[in-house]
Ligand binder design. Structure first.
Ligand SMILES: Nc1ncnc2c1ncn2[C@@H]1O[C@H](COP(=O)(O)OP(=O)(O)OP(=O)(O)O)[C@@H](O)[C@H]1O
Length: 562
């Protein structure tokens, strides 16, 4: 059902955006132009070549591209220079142009040995090194140069592979005090003391994820430059956010769809000059719940590139960056609607989106998907969404013994940071009570708690005061607790996408991690189907004498850590 609804939302957004254009002015024709722009290229279903991504030495019609030089990936300063020029968003006649430098994607360093290979400014690399970031991950190696070359992109890579830095680095290369050609010490985000307004909007589906992204930006920016970024998450004091926007004039805002849309509607957040729109956990942001807010954001944050080359709206062409570990076909469709010639970037490949032609069965994301005939097929949306080193198990027990099984598993694996997922908020308290009664420190985390309670709980979990975080889908996406060594499904996730995001809270950035699904006998076939959809082994297990025993094929093999 959620997929059906979200695809309806997409149709609604797509239709209404186009309809609006058609009704308001003659720009309706331009929609067709932009569609053409997306389908004109030669059919190419392999890796990119210069011609397949439309490399040309002439200026394209309209103002889409004005650059006629290909810069090799190894000339960082050139790359930065060409796009770092300040622009005056108030000068309406002078349309802001996003210069797309076509690049030879094959030369992307899919496993760069250092950040300096990626075309980032020196001052930014220095900051990264100070914070302990020395070697880029594979997806960072592939995606950072692609984004620096101004392509609209979908970034798909498994959980915990560092997708936040994938967009953070290109943005900070161009926006704020660490950008390429600005002398150090000028922390106003612009040249000659001029403020440039909001240049990047980053949208995340939950407050926790929004705040986490803010902290990642602040970490890289350093203490003295924190004010370049402003959080705009829901639940926080709106007046204070408005005052901070006025006073600090941040270049980058990060928030949840509701609060960003609210501030935009009230005129307190001006984003027409925005150059980057990032949708983190994009498949979640496309859900029905966010439809109106996302519609507002997509309409008001910059201007879709090539949507309207002759527009006099005064809006800047924005670069669209969509990110998730799971990319259902709805995201591909959305990227085609809202972006221009978007590329799909994965850890080891960069391909044009036209190659993603076959929509997966709609049933995939439905809660009932596990029962559908197609559900035993590997899911394009969810494969390669999980770190390969994760270990997956399931065990069978009665409903009333689930918490006891959870406790036995924690002891057997000597797990220190455990996240236990359930489907219904009301049941979380009961599990916390049972664990605490047996001397195991636990706390619940869900959306009905206030902002302060949520952040206090998370803080206590992160600093080790709480061993088990009992939570619902709220914590399934994006939450980054490096030490988390065990994820337990006390209730089955609704589908493989939800399984992937829950499981991905452990085993982050190459660490070890275990995922245990505790189910009842009649649910075992669902686990088998999840296993096939995700393309991973989920081994049956049991716990005996403080050890985890794999019970497959009647063999009992001890895999205890101790
Ligand atoms: N190159 C790097 N070197 C060291 N640490 C890194 C690097 N890149 C990212 N990290 C760290 O790895 C952790 C995971 O990164 P991040 O949360 O961006 O992953 P993700 O792919 O977005 O995960 P998810 O899909 O679950 O949201 C973070 O703590 C981040 O600071």
């Amino acid at each position: 059902m959620p997929t059906l609804i979200s695809s309806r939302f997409l149709l609604f957004v797509g239709e209404s955006l186009h309809l609006k254009r058609a009704l308001t002015n003659s720009r309706s024709v331009l929609f067709h132009t932009s569609v053409k722009c997306m389908s004109q290229g030669e059919p190419n279903h392999g890796s990119l070549t210069l011609s397949s991504i439309g490399f040309q030495t002439e200026t394209e019609p309209g103002n889409r591209s004005t650059s006629n030089k290909v810069k090799p990936l190894g000339s960082p300063s050139e790359n930065i220079k060409s796009k770092g020029k300040p622009f005056d968003i108030n000068e309406k006649k002078k349309k802001a142009v996003r210069v797309v430098e076509k690049q030879q994607i094959e030369s992307a360093p899919f496993a760069a040995k250092s950040f300096s290979e990626l075309g980032l400014p020196h001052v930014l690399i220095e900051r990264l090194e100070k914070e302990g970031f020395t070697v880029p991950t594979e997806v960072q190696s592939a995606a950072v140069p692609t984004i620096l070359n101004k392509h609209d992109v979908i970034i798909q890579s498994y959980t915990g592979s560092g997708k936040t830095l994938v967009y953070l680095l290109p943005i900070l290369s161009v926006v704020g005090p660490l950008r390429g050609q600005v002398p150090q010490g000028n922390d106003d985000g612009g040249e000659n003391g001029k403020k440039l307004g909001i240049e990047a909007v980053i949208v995340a589906p939950s407050r926790e994820l929004g705040m986490q992204i803010v902290r990642e930006f602040e970490k890289v920016l350093g203490m003295n430059n924190k004010r370049v970024v402003q959080q705009l998450v829901g639940g926080a004091n709106r007046i204070r956010q408005e005052e901070a926007l006025k006073k600090n004039k941040p270049a980058i805002v990060i928030g949840t769809p509701g609060r960003i849309a609210e501030l935009s509607s009230s005129g307190k957040l001006r984003t027409h000059g925005c150059r980057y729109l990032v949708l983190d956990e994009v498949d979640e942001l496309l859900s029905f719940n966010f439809r109106e807010d996302m519609h507002r954001i997509l309409e008001h944050v910059g201007r879709r590139s090539s949507a309207d080359p002759n527009s006099s709206s005064g809006k800047t062409e924005r670069q669209l960056i969509m990110v998730s570990a799971t990319v259902p076909f709805s995201v591909v469709r959305a990227a085609r609607s809202w972006g221009c010639d978007p590329l799909l970037v994965q850890a080891k490949k960069v391909v044009p989106l036209e190659t993603q032609s076959s929509p997966e069965p709609v049933s995939l994301s439905r809660p009932s998907s596990s029962l559908s005939p197609n559900s035993a097929m590997p899911s394009q949306a969810a494969v390669e969404s999980l770190p390969p080193a994760l270990k997956h198990y399931y065990c069978v027990t009665r409903l009333q013994h689930k918490v006891d099984m959870l406790r036995r598993c924690i002891h057997a694996l000597d797990a220190k940071f455990v996240i236990a997922f359930m489907n219904h908020t009301k049941q979380l308290k009961d599990v916390v009570f049972k664990l605490e009664a047996r001397g195991m420190k636990a706390m619940e985390l869900h959306g009905d708690l206030g902002k302060l309670a949520r952040s206090t709980t998370l803080k206590k979990f992160k600093n080790g005061e709480v061993r088990v975080l009992v939570t619902n889908e709220l914590s399934a996406r994006g939450l980054d607790v490096a030490e988390c060594d065990l994820v337990v499904n006390l209730d089955l996730p609704t589908d493989s996408i939800h399984y992937a995001h829950r499981a991905g809270r452990t085993g982050r950035l190459g660490r070890n991690g275990t995922v245990l699904t505790i189910c009842e006998e009649p649910e075992v076939f669902v686990v088998k189907k999840l296993q096939k959809q995700l393309g991973i082994p989920i081994a049956p297990c049991d716990f005996s004498e403080g050890k985890l025993l794999v019970t497959e094929e009647k063999k009992a093999v001890s895999t205890s850590r101790s």
